[in-house]
Design a binder for this molecule. Structure first.
Ligand code: GLY
Length: 286
């Protein structure tokens, strides 16, 4: 099997006003997809999606890990999940604070009996795993937060990150990480650490971005993967599931790979930033 990888950096809604950020995001995705593809050549899909999402979390341009958006009480809470399509196991952390890489904590949970942890207990688990304190806030997010305070304006989950990979053994995995919608009510649960936002099995893998509530209403990632398992092509499964989400006024973006090596992506406007790489080369979009 020829290895393949697709990554995303969420929606790019600044494109009309800030070309510099757009170019910086495209460059970051190009660098990260190249590094991740090299890693994929010698690692499993599951190890690779974690590696790739860690790089995305470390890039302050995106709303995950460092650079996460701030919630309505002035605090950052992050969510991330891993789905290994080979073992069909899902793990995740919900509303974790004060760590650098939520996706690494999700990875630590994948072999355990209790695989999705939230809030303070997730943080206590992180400290038991010797994961140190880290403040993921950057000055730009505090400026945006102050603006939102004036207008009490909620966000749309823009800048969530994700990765889907197919390894040389034909196994698929997906990982997704987010700082949430921005300015949300504390305790709100994002789609990114649920099977609606991140899912994979032996047939396909999907990572979503957009408004978490819309994605959860549609059970988007798991629905697409189930449809592929039941005989739909990847394109048919994504098109149909996305049309159902749109019918209800939903806002989302999808990246996906199937076990035949097909990539497929679809999103609402404004567009997503994403990049894909396989033996035929690299492509970067929006
Ligand atoms: N999709 C990110 C969120 O709504 O939290």
């Amino acid at each position: 099997m020829n290895p393949k990888i697709i990554i995303h950096g969420g929606f790019f809604s600044e494109s009309k006003t800030n070309k510099e950020i757009k170019i910086a995001k495209q460059k970051a995705l190009t660098d990260i997809v190249k590094k991740s593809f090299r890693y994929l050549l010698n690692h499993s899909a599951a190890k690779t999606v974690v590696y790739s999402v860690e790089l995305l979390e470390n890039c302050p341009l995106f709303n995950a890990g460092t650079g996460s958006q701030i919630q309505s009480d002035g605090k950052i809470r992050m969510s991330a999940s891993l789905m290994d399509g080979k073992t069909e196991r899902f793990s995740g952390v919900i509303n974790i604070r004060d760590i650098k890489n939520p996706i690494r904590l999700a990875e630590k949970l994948i072999d355990l009996e209790d695989r999705v942890l939230g809030g303070d207990e997730a943080l206590a688990f992180a400290r038991r795993c010797k994961i140190p304190y880290f403040n993921p806030e950057i000055p730009q997010r505090r400026i945006e937060f102050e603006e939102k305070m004036k207008r009490a304006k909620k966000g749309n989950g823009k800048g969530t990150v994700g990765c889907v990979a197919l390894d040389k053994n034909g196994n698929i995995a997906a990982a997704t990480s987010t700082g949430g919608k921005g300015f949300e009510v504390p305790g709100r649960v994002s789609d990114s650490a649920t099977v609606a936002g991140n899912y994979a099995n032996r047939c396909a893998g999907v990572s979503c971005t957009g408004v978490g509530e819309d994605i959860v209403n549609s059970a988007l990632a798991s629905k697409i993967v189930t449809r592929v398992s039941d005989g739909f092509s990847l394109k048919e499964a994504v098109d149909k599931s996305f049309a159902e989400l749109k019918k209800n006024g939903g806002f989302a973006g999808i990246i996906s790979i199937d076990n035949k090596g097909n990539f497929y992506h679809l999103d609402s406007h404004p567009y997503m930033v994403f990049a894909l790489l396989d033996q035929s080369g690299i492509k970067v979009f929006e």
